[in-house]
Design a protein around this ligand. Structure first.
Ligand code: ATP
Ligand code: MG
Length: 360
């Protein structure tokens, strides 16, 4: 078995909003193996985007992650495990000034610890290693830059040897984009093209990990097929690349992934490490079972229905028991008191369900 490239431990995240704190991620523990392709699924608002922002230290609102850790183990370039959140983080954002003994025996004041500064610094280290293809790629492209200018910045930064023209051509071709697109501004290209520009850009950094958020939203079936082929090609070329795909669309994910993580109400409730087990309902978490039932139809999977399972979570209250309690038809007494612990199901798979935990 290959080692984990990302390990997440008890990650909690909340955002300050006008209506008070929004508890967007609760007690997330998961690990992702080097070279694997994993799918994160869950209905709209279940926390998928927030999870990947937290994984990369990119949450915009404070405090963001206030407990837990994300650890990376890259093959080269970054020595040793890299933790992007301080171990003893608190939710105030700042720590009291500490006194430090200097070599001459005197005390000097250390610069106050800034949580935000720490996360920013650490997440910078993973920037070149983790490529992110966002849900809304157009808003990430500078509106005043052509595609060519956009790539030029990266070319200069990475001090690539060779000719820029062939560099650009190669990467645009690798995502099936014509070279002519180089002269266009973001408002002159379609959403799908912008997504492929981002994909080419991400690939040009030679990342260890690629994260794609909702790559198939609003995309027709033939384009979806092309995205699948593109990832299959990338994977053939770079078997060590780890890919994390976030999607509502199991049909799309099922072609590509080895592992599934299922999210509900800001929690990861299940990890299925053998993708075929997602159709073995007797083993599934009650939410995953309902999710699969609702999106399966006679002619395969109908992913459009996933959002019909709307969550009843009040995001402004911290989760105390099982997040799925109010919808679950097989809950037991314990479920409203404690978040279920992780319990192994099939080899390498796990779920959080007290009923299963108690062997009922
Ligand atoms: N900037 C923000 N301020 C306050 N709440 C937010 C913010 N961004 C997200 N949320 C809330 O966090 C929760 C998780 O949002 P997130 O965007 O991660 O969902 P998602 O699973 O990616 O949904 P979708 O499938 O629609 O993209 C939602 O309840 C959302 O309303
Ligand atoms: Mg999202």
């Amino acid at each position: 078995m290959s080692e984990n490239i990302i390990s997440v431990d008890n990650l909690h995240s909340k955002l300050s909003t006008r209506d008070g704190a929004a508890y967007v991620l609760t007690d997330i523990s998961m690990s992702i193996k080097k070279g694997s392709t994993v799918g994160v699924i869950g209905e709209s608002g279940s926390g998928k985007t927030q999870l990947l922002l937290a994984l990369t230290g990119n949450q915009e609102l404070t405090p963001g992650v206030y407990n837990g850790n994300v650890e990376y183990k890259f093959t080269n370039g970054v020595n040793g495990p890299l933790k992007i959140y301080p171990n003893d983080n608190d939710d105030s954002g700042n720590k009291l000034q500490k006194l430090q003994v200097t070599t001459d025996g005197n005390y000097k004041r250390k610069r106050p610890f800034s949580y935000k500064r720490f996360v920013k610094k650490e997440s910078k280290k993973i920037k070149s290693k983790v490529g992110f293809i966002p849900q809304d790629p157009k808003s990430y492209l500078n509106p005043y830059w052509t595609v060519e200018t956009f790539f030029k910045q990266s070319f200069k930064r990475n001090n690539e040897s060779g000719k820029f023209r062939s560099f650009l051509k190669d990467y645009l071709e690798s995502v099936q984009l014509p070279f002519e697109i180089r002269d266009k501004f973001p408002n002159q290209i379609s959403g799908g093209e912008a997504q492929r520009v981002m994909m080419a850009f991400v690939l040009s950094h030679k990342p260890d990990i690629i994260i794609g958020d909702e790559l198939t939203t609003g995309v027709d079936v033939s384009r979806q097929r092309k995205i699948i082929e593109l990832f299959e090609d990338i994977k053939k070329d770079k078997p060590d690349l780890t890919i994390i795909l976030i999607s509502h669309d199991i049909n799309f994910l099922h072609h590509l992934v080895d592992d599934y993580f299922i999210m509900y109400g800001g929690c990861v409730v299940e990890n299925i490490s053998n993708k075929e087990h997602i159709f073995q309902s007797e083993y599934l978490h009650p939410y995953t079972r309902e999710l699969i039932n609702s999106i399966s139809s006679n002619n395969g999977i109908n992913s459009r229905n996933i959002d019909e399972l709307t969550s009843s979570i009040n995001i402004h209250k911290p989760i105390v028991g099982c997040p799925y309690l109010s919808k679950c038809t097989s809950s037991i007494e314990k479920c409203d008191k404690l978040i279920p612990e992780i319990q192994g199901t099939q080899p390498d798979s796990w779920q959080r369900c007290w009923r299963k935990f108690d062997g009922k």
